[in-house]
Design a protein around this ligand. Sequence first.
Ligand code: V47
Ligand code: SF4
Length: 387
Amino acid sequence: MNTLNKMNEQIKVLISSSTDKQLSSIGEKILHGERINFEEGVLLFQKGSLAFLGTLANYVRESKHGDKTYFNRNFHIEPTNVCVFSCKFCSYSRLYAHKEEGWELSIEQMLNIVRSYDDKPVTEVHIVGGVHPKMNLAFFLELLRAIKAHRPSLHIKGFTPVELDYMFRKAKVSIEEGIRLAHEAGLDSLPGGGAEIFHPEVRKVICDDKVDAEGWLAIHRTAHELGMHSNATMLYGHIETFEHRIDHMEQLRKLQDVTNGFNTFIPLKFRNKDNDMSHVPESTTIEDMKVYAVSRLYLDNFPHVKAYWPMLGRKNAQLTLNFGVNDIDGTIDDSTKIYAMAGSEEQNPSLTTEQLVTLIQQVNRQPIERDTLYNEIKDYGKQLRTI
Ligand code: V47
Ligand code: SF4
């Protein structure tokens, strides 16, 4: 009996032993590849045990990817931590009014970061930061062109709709025109940030002044229509309800049905250090695993679910690989400040390729180095070995 058939049998036992008819019926649907609806998504959060959710999510994960677990070699550039917005959960930014406390990198300084990777086999640069009025569309178009001129094969994944919406409005260009200009200058794809929780009840409290759900989705839709891919995140574990989480995923699932442009969904655990929401307790590891599992089950049209290990920590990232996750981000070679500053255990979030490969093999999965678009670069096999 192959592994999937074995799991299929296990799930049938799990379903038949469940005394909850609604959960059993959701389990049957998932086993038959049927889509679950809003109410069923909420019910999974309300009633699904860790074992129930984990078994189902792992079944979906292994049906889609087997043991394959992707990572890529990337580095980050954070142009500035000065920001005109004031998200309550943000430990990273310095308000524009106190800009002298923050940093601002020039194009030359950012190019120097790119140059410092000249002899390294990185495939992606991830550019994301605060929203600084001086760093406008023209500034970033110049940066994109300069990076591409220096290293044409480097995939540039950059700018959230928060940054893009601000720079497009300031430059008085439409979303379509703005994305087209950025794409022509070298922007290859969009990262998933800025989504937080789409529902206005939550946005009003935690990030009232930045782009709303409609704007976020419109920018990703436009990028997809122009042939670009993107990711989506969800900041969970603060004031949101189960309904808010499923509403967030529902909006993403609907857009993906139309464009098929999303690669990866990345749940981001809220960390409470040094921000205006420090009084809000952080989610438990059990809740974290449930969020990954329900994400895998609800977002049936997303190819990948990613755990961002610098935020979760290495051990918990390993655990997620049994709860629907098939990607654990990159070997990030720089000090990504946003999470260290928000209280992540990973104060120095850097893993060599060898360490990342071992991390994946230790939990009996198969590490695959990928590029941003999930083309496979190297298969390391399941065997734990020295490389
Ligand atoms: O949108 C900010 C989050 C995001 C906190 O696309 C926080 O591959 C937790 O989106 N606790 C930006 N999270 C980073 C991001 C991302 C990261 C890795 C990979 C990709 C990708 C995208 O960081 C923000 C916000 O949701 N964030 N503060 C905090 N205190
Ligand atoms: Fe600015 Fe982003 Fe921080 Fe919000 S999360 S304050 S938009 S840097």
